[in-house]
Ligand binder design. Structure first.
Ligand SMILES: CC(C)(COP(=O)(O)OP(=O)(O)OC[C@H]1O[C@@H](n2cnc3c(N)ncnc32)[C@H](O)[C@@H]1OP(=O)(O)O)[C@@H](O)C(=O)NCCC(=O)NCCS
Length: 150
């Protein structure tokens, strides 16, 4: 008989010193940075400062990756997501966890995001979770999902 393992979600503010360094490494790796709008490598000092003053949820999911939701306005939140670059095929699980989190904390808010057009892997994932393209720019797609509840 199987058993249900409790998934450990940890807010960045609750990470151990080791985990703070771990997520900085993931985010600073080329594989992740090349997909981000903000591509600069950041120092550990800047990373710690960022965490100290975080005012939106940034959540580490086990050792698989992380997601965050920035508050845009009363109606919408903006999703960011990235995996541990040493893991494969974890995007679906990360997205499920992100949507469960949104369902619990802001079930009625629209979820929006921006993604580079070349990031076919992420776009495929977003479409699988009912994100629709609402606008395009030269290099970017803007997508949204009605809310986490539907
Ligand atoms: C986006 C991200 C979280 C997805 O995680 P992942 O483990 O790579 O994703 P998965 O493998 O679970 O799913 C991606 C899907 O894209 C498919 N895919 C992979 N390479 C592809 C390509 N070049 N073109 C199209 N589809 C592709 C996969 O086959 C999979 O689809 P399937 O499950 O139907 O087979 C991860 O790639 C990541 O962290 N990327 C860097 C950061 C990033 O891009 N964040 C989003 C910024 S908007």
């Amino acid at each position: 008989m199987g058993f249900l393992k409790r998934i450990r979600l940890k807010k960045y503010q609750d990470l151990s010193p080791y985990e703070v360094i771990q997520v900085a490494h993931w985010r600073n790796s080329y594989a992740i940075r090349k997909c981000m709008i903000e591509r600069d490598i950041f120092s550990l000092k800047a990373h710690k400062h960022f965490i100290k003053f975080l005012d939106f949820p940034f959540v580490k999911v086990e050792d698989l990756g992380a997601f965050n939701f920035q508050f845009v306005d009363n109606d919408s939140v903006e999703l960011g997501i990235f995996k541990n670059p040493f893991k494969k095929r974890v995007g679906t699980f990360l997205m499920e966890q992100a949507l469960l989190y949104a369902k619990k904390h802001f079930p009625e808010k629209k979820i929006i995001l921006k993604v580079f057009k070349h990031n076919r892997r992420a776009i495929k994932l977003y479409k699988r979770f009912d994100f629709k393209v609402i606008k395009q720019e030269k290099r970017l797609l803007f997508m949204e999902r009605v809310c986490a509840n539907r």
